[in-house]
Design a binder for this molecule. Sequence first.
Ligand code: COA
Length: 205
Amino acid sequence: MENIVLVGYGGHAIALIEIIISMKKDVFDYFDKKKSVNDLYSLIYRGDEDGLQDAEKATFRLFHPSIGNNNQRSKVYLKCTAWGWKAPALVHPTAIVSSKVEFPEAVSVFPGTIVETGVTIEKGCILNNRSVISHGGRIGSFSHIGPGAILCGDVQVGSQVFIGAGAIIKEGITIGDRAIIGAGTIVLNNVLPDQKIIGNPGKTI
Ligand SMILES: CC(C)(COP(=O)(O)OP(=O)(O)OC[C@H]1O[C@@H](n2cnc3c(N)ncnc32)[C@H](O)[C@@H]1OP(=O)(O)O)[C@@H](O)C(=O)NCCC(=O)NCCS
């Protein structure tokens, strides 16, 4: 089985390893600015990916941009794909996914997530543990849907949006690029790009 190398090795990466293992794929190596201390998985530290020589880049083929921050994840994805590396979607087998949904590169789908029919997920998204994306929704590239968040039908999410744990988004709502929705927020109205929303009902801060 081919090895998937992790680019970024913080808390988010460690959670991703369990998805990779559940898919019966291998993960042996990681890149990061610094070596992890007390690495639970005893992976091999390959240094900072920016230090790779061209010949060394050719020795890796599959990777995952394993960084929780949306903007940084997007940058790492663009950099490594420019080297010819591929980032197959990582989907935990306990996720319940409509037969009509396909995941593009660098998406990660965590345990217990539900993705209904007619949903579009763009590249680089994180659908965290037990999040629900209801019918007709769209999640723009490099967004992160937090654990237990519920997006009702036809919710349209822009790029690099963060939706916190347990947030609920009413049906048909549009959320602009880079918006941040706090944990537990109930979103009843459209959200503009770059807005930060918290509370019930959700208000801008
Ligand atoms: C919304 C959020 C991003 C704001 O972070 P921040 O900009 O650093 O804001 P602060 O922590 O300084 O909080 C500012 C104010 O908003 C309140 N607040 C922050 N998050 C809130 C939330 N989710 N719900 C209600 N109130 C919240 C704080 O109590 C504080 O109130 P105060 O000014 O009266 O003291 C953050 O609190 C949050 O909810 N993050 C999501 C966490 C999460 O879901 N993680 C999952 C990762 S997988």
